[in-house]
Design a protein around this ligand. Sequence first.
Ligand SMILES: [Zn+2]
Length: 533
Amino acid sequence: MYRKLIQIGLVYITVGTSLAQNPATSLSPQFPQDSDNITRIVGAAMTRGGAATFLETLTDSVGGRVTGSPECRAAAELILATLKRSGFETTHFEEYPMEARWQRGPATGQVLSPVTRPLFVGSYAWVPGTAGLIEAPLVDLGSPASKEIAADSGNLKGAAVLVDPHDTADSPAFVMRGALANELAAAGAAAMLIPSDKPNRMVYTSAFGFYPRGPLPVISVAKEDALFLRRLLAKGPVRVAFDIQNSFDTSPAKDRNVIADLPGANPDEIVLIGAHFDSWDPAQGANDDGSGVAAVLEAARVLKSLGLKPRRTIRFAFFSGEEEALLGSRAYVLAHQSELDQLRAVLIMDSGAQAPRGFHFQGRTDLKNTMGDLLSPLAPLGANGFSLAGSFDQDHAPFLVAGVPAATLWVDPGEYDVHHHSITDTYDKVDPRMLALDTAVMATAAYTLANAEQTPGRRLSQAEVTDLLKKAGLESTYRMVYRSGTLEKGGPYTPGCRRTGITPAVTPSQAWIAIAGEKNHFTGGTLRDDLPI
Ligand SMILES: [Zn+2]
């Protein structure tokens, strides 16, 4: 890493020159100082240390912050106060409803026979507890070929079922996980046990596919303990016991996003960069996604402190509800549908603070030339890579569904997966120099896209989005996310975010049609927010 920084300094000078040689890359006569501004942005982001300082406050004074919890509210307050203190007077909350809040309780597990031994376990989130201590025979389904449980899976009724959901050709493991949980519950299983893929007997947690309420207790079992259980089972019957004490609160509740703007010369045109401030509770949510929040917040402060006024407005969005079902970003898209035609680009940071490589543009081949050009100033930072990789597990996804050009920051994997959703996602796991570098990339990308003469990208039609999701293999995840927890469907609440004091402009059905931009999909009746796939 150290070597890379030195390299950066040197290379930058040459690229400065190459920028001049390449007029297409946003060096418009109206904004001749772009490369100078980019030098100032990168310099400030790399040297101020503001992202690391903010992250330390977030992790150490707020800690783990599950959506709907007091900690999540405190995080939103901290972000709002910090931005207001930095001159973003218009920073505000945008609320959205939650269908249920969830709280983790103590979780214990043990083998009862043939030997008595404690197990290292943890509960998935937004799933029920065991309603007291349960004892059950252990059944092992191994790694099923598909989401459907084979008819000959033996007697699952009342059993604790060990099973390994995994990626398949058309869907990531968490889609299979959600589907298998429904199948096991339908078969009357007492609990679903999923071997953790973490090292050192660590367990995992997630709510994807379970929000607002999973169908049965779903328990992460330490990898070493799952191997132990399978060795015992190979020799004869095994009985296990679990006591998981989770709780739900289905009383009306809301969480919120935090939104701040750096107004542009043309305030209606917007470039949005964002991250999510909700996290899991076993640790501090430092990498996921405290690092993204800190980088986006510091990028805002850097751009503000330099007195920059780009061509388009730069919007800084801090979402909650991401870990449950992209709740905050979905609510944002619904509430801001009248602006989506003017939303020129969305960049999300949510893969940890490792070395930046570029952005994943979700199968949007049509963006390659323009974005490749516009992001060329990131070359000296090693971050002008254009990838077509797609995913549906970050806050870019609702924008993707709405056809808006949306990308996620592409970083080296590093140890992100080790700490992801585990007890070790703590402040000390984030390298402040990499965090500063990612801040520089997010700030520079936002500025160059907001200042570009040409429009970074166009909004796709609903039919093109449907095609894109199919091609990118994102259909099943889209279905799972958009049908878990309905922000849009009826109920006591009108859809979308409610900017405190401002009622949303549209009814649900209008919302959908506006988003799709095509009138042929929705035929009245109850609102369905899904695409015809
Ligand atoms: Zn995340």
